[in-house]
Write a protein that binds this ligand. Structure first.
Ligand SMILES: [Zn+2]
Length: 109
């Protein structure tokens, strides 16, 4: 349990700064021009391969706290039962890596 409360917007900004574009199954690497001091500078098509575990460590606690505050968009979520099962620990947390679609034939040194 946390000893310090962090505002949800702060947590979301942290997620965006630390994960951001790396989850978008990019077609090419690019140099990021965002002002975040936490920016990785070069966003690579295979960032998911290297960072998924660290990103899960950031996202899972936020996911687990979703029921602690009102979710006005809940009605629009198609996978409500899947989320409820995971929140109740009846199914495992699904890694962000499951969203990764690597480009065929692309490797980085
Ligand atoms: Zn950036």
């Amino acid at each position: 349990m946390r000893s310090t409360m962090i505002h949800p917007a702060t947590e979301l900004r942290h997620v965006n700064e630390t994960i951001g574009y790396g989850t978008l199954n990019l077609q090419e690497d690019f140099v990021c021009a965002c002002p975040s001091p936490k920016c990785r500078q070069i966003i690579r098509t295979d960032d998911m391969e290297r960072h998924a575990a660290a990103w899960d460590a950031v996202v899972e606690p936020i996911f687990r706290s979703v029921q602690a505050s009102p979710q006005p968009l809940w009605l629009f979520l198609r996978e409500q039962e899947v989320v409820e099962q995971a929140l109740a620990n009846r199914t495992p947390y699904r890694s962000i890596h499951l969203n990764y679609r690597p480009r065929a034939g692309v490797t980085h040194p």
